[in-house]
Write a protein that binds this ligand. Structure first.
Ligand SMILES: NC(=O)C1=CN([C@@H]2O[C@H](COP(=O)(O)OP(=O)(O)OC[C@H]3O[C@@H](n4cnc5c(N)ncnc54)[C@H](O)[C@@H]3O)[C@@H](O)[C@H]2O)[C@H](O)CC1
Ligand SMILES: [K+]
Length: 294
């Protein structure tokens, strides 16, 4: 959409409704810009009478709390009639597509995937398989292997593709071109327990780009990065929010994608978020700071 200055230059006279939309979208981008003093400088809000509900808030992106995300997951697998395998396959496929977009093979094929003990880790295992089929060379760090049959099958599928599993994450980082952080998602809570503190520290310090699955691991789902200690300096370059962003996104400043193309309009309405506009075959949509499609 054109911004206010562009419309003035073009000499186009907007109708009151169009003007209102322009003011709103300009305010939205200004509010989300690092220099929000522009808002008062232009005094845009005073040109058109706007109700308080029309005025954008600083963080307009729609988010799902950890509790709501877990309830939604449960609902998809009960009334929604999905199996966990299906959801995880689509979640992992989304992650693989986001990695393909931000880190094409020409930037380096070696993808180190850090896999946690729960479903976030499962998304990472699925993403690694797709990345392998795209021609990348994934390596898996999976220190807390689950006995659950689903994860065992996902690991076997990778072994059958000769994808290596390694025990030393910091060492593996030395020969990686990109990292996928699939350690913890929306069920993470408290302080990071062993053996993951060293892994989070390595991701804090590395210069290699990191893509986090659903949440930067170690961040509180509502409050973002810990104020001190492990994870307080962890700022991944890319985040793939699954189904809908979690509240922690307001602390995230990198490239942000939404994936998990399986939500029905009815479920989205019930949980009060919009399904993003996926294009064509895409399993991810890149969004800006206020959740708008880029
Ligand atoms: N609908 C969707 O969008 C889907 C998302 N998926 C992914 O699933 C995760 C949530 O998975 P869940 O199994 O509930 O939990 P996590 O993977 O986040 O982690 C649980 C795991 O971690 C351990 N743990 C928790 N806190 C700590 C800690 N402080 N230190 C060490 N370990 C910890 C806990 O014991 C468990 O073992 C979601 O984010 C998406 O990525 C689904 O794949 C598909 C549907
Ligand atoms: K993660």
């Amino acid at each position: 959409m054109l911004n206010i200055r562009e419309t003035v230059v073009l000499g186009w006279a907007p109708t009151p409704t169009q003007y209102r939309a322009l003011v709103r979208s300009s305010l939205m981008s200004l509010c989300n810009s690092p220099d929000s003093s522009y808002v008062s400088f232009f005094g845009l809000g005073s040109y058109v009478p706007m109700t308080s509900s029309e005025l954008p808030t600083l963080q307009a992106i729609e988010t799902l709390s950890a509790k709501a995300a877990a309830a939604l997951d449960k609902e998809l697998m009960s009334t929604g009639a999905f199996s966990i395998d299906q959801l995880m396959e689509l979640a992992g496929l989304s992650v693989s597509q986001a990695v393909y977009r931000v880190h094409p093979i020409s930037k380096g094929p070696r993808i180190l995937v850090a896999v946690g003990p729960g479903n976030n880790g499962g998304d990472g295992l699925v993403a690694a398989r797709h990345l392998r089929h795209y021609g990348y060379q994934p390596t898996i760090y999976y220190p807390k292997r689950s006995k659950n049959e689903l994860y065992q099958r996902l690991a076997k599928q990778l072994e059958d593709l000769d994808v290596p599993f390694v025990d030393d994450f910091p060492a593996a980082l030395n020969s990686a071109d990109h990292v996928v952080d699939a350690i913890f998602g929306f069920s993470f809570s408290g302080e990071v327990r062993e053996p993951f503190p060293a892994v989070i520290r390595a991701m804090e310090e590395t210069k290699i780009p990191v893509t986090s699955v659903d949440a930067p691991s170690s961040w509180n789902i509502e409050k973002g990065p810990p104020t001190s200690g492990v994870g307080s300096l962890f700022h991944p370059d890319v985040l793939v929010s699954l189904t809908a962003p979690k509240p922690l996104v307001k602390f995230f400043h990198g490239r942000h994608f939404i994936g998990g193309r399986f939500v029905t309009p009815t479920i989205a309405k019930k949980y009060d978020f919009d399904v993003p506009e996926y294009e064509g075959l895409d399993q991810v949509v890149e969004v800006g700071p206020s959740g708008q499609k880029l």
